[in-house]
Design a protein around this ligand. Structure first.
Ligand code: R5P
Length: 288
């Protein structure tokens, strides 16, 4: 049975990459905002008995989720056999704990909401920090791809004498794996997050790596403060300007410019979120 792919606005390029790698057809859908800001969705293809794949990365999720919901519900109403969501960036994974009394445990609620109208979720390196698996919060089958090998290959092909740097202990899981495959040394820093935007990092002894190219690796680059703070410290200890690699190019506000201005030599990301920094194609990890 042919799969029918629908790209939510902004995800057309990723859908085309997916369709170059597997059998499937493009579904036709109309999505627009009414003048009052509400969302209009109309499916124009025959979805009856088909496996429907919705392609929608979920950064800035609040403005995207209703269209995904309406599309999924309409497809089911019209007889679709199943609905899979390809969301290479999965939002709301960082609020995985009630830090202050009264806070919403958003990652759990978001997972329950998605699980209530999607049959299968496919994503890339979700931010699993205090949780070890998506099945702790998602009640539907989920499939994860890992960008580590793609990043190692990019480093091997492009960088001479790389030193990989993880900004915090959470990053060790992927930095160590990337370093192993890139045959490069790595160090992990200590980060203290004070609030949404303020972080401090400490850099361990890196004297013996002065001739290396530092490569900062993080799963998400959002406000950029983790990268900026780390760059500041690398400068102080006399390291070369670093290359910053993020799996997910969230880049809130002006953070991309701010990281560039803070002294990064280059900023690179995987194409889980469309952005000018996308250099590493991970679409083969999203084949359904
Ligand atoms: C933290 O838990 C993540 O792994 C990243 O370090 C964090 O999301 C980066 O955020 P920002 O760019 O806002 O410092």
């Amino acid at each position: 049975m042919k799969k029918l792919f629908f790209a939510l606005p902004g995800n057309e390029k990723l859908m085309d990459l997916l369709l170059q790698k597997q059998d499937g057809e493009k579904g036709k859908v109309e999505i627009h905002q009414f003048p009052d800001g509400e969302t209009y969705v109309r499916i124009l293809s025959d979805v009856k008995d088909k496996e429907v794949i919705l392609v929608c990365t979920l950064h800035e999720p609040d403005s995207k989720l209703l269209a995904v919901y309406f599309l999924a519900k309409t497809a089911k109403e019209l007889g679709a056999k199943s609905i899979s969501l390809v969301a290479p960036y999965l939002a709301y994974m960082r609020q995985d704990k009630v830090f202050n009394p009264g806070e919403a445990l958003s990652s759990t609620y978001f997972a329950r909401l998605i699980s209530s109208f999607i049959d299968t979720l496919i994503t890339i390196d979700p931010h699993l920090h205090r949780r070890s698996s998506l099945s702790e919060i998602y009640t539907i089958p989920t499939r994860l791809g890992h960008a580590a090998d793609h990043i190692s290959t990019w480093i091997k092909n492009n960088i001479d004498r790389p030193l990989l740097i993880g900004p915090d202990s959470e990053s060790e899981q992927w930095v160590s794996e990337i370093a192993k495959n890139a045959e490069a040394p790595y160090v992990v820093l200590t980060k203290i997050r004070h609030d949404d935007v303020n972080v401090t990092v400490s850099v361990p002894h890196v004297d013996k790596y002065k001739e290396y190219t530092p490569i900062l690796i993080d799963d998400i680059i959002s406000t950029g403060h983790t990268m900026i703070e780390t760059i500041k410290h690398l400068k102080i200890v006399g390291m070369k300007p670093p290359i910053c690699i993020g799996i997910h190019a969230v880049f809130a506000g002006n953070s991309f410019e701010e990281i560039k201005n803070s002294g990064a030599k280059e900023i690179i990301s995987c194409n889980t979120i469309p952005h000018e920094s996308n250099r590493i194609d991970i679409s083969d990890l999203l084949i359904v």
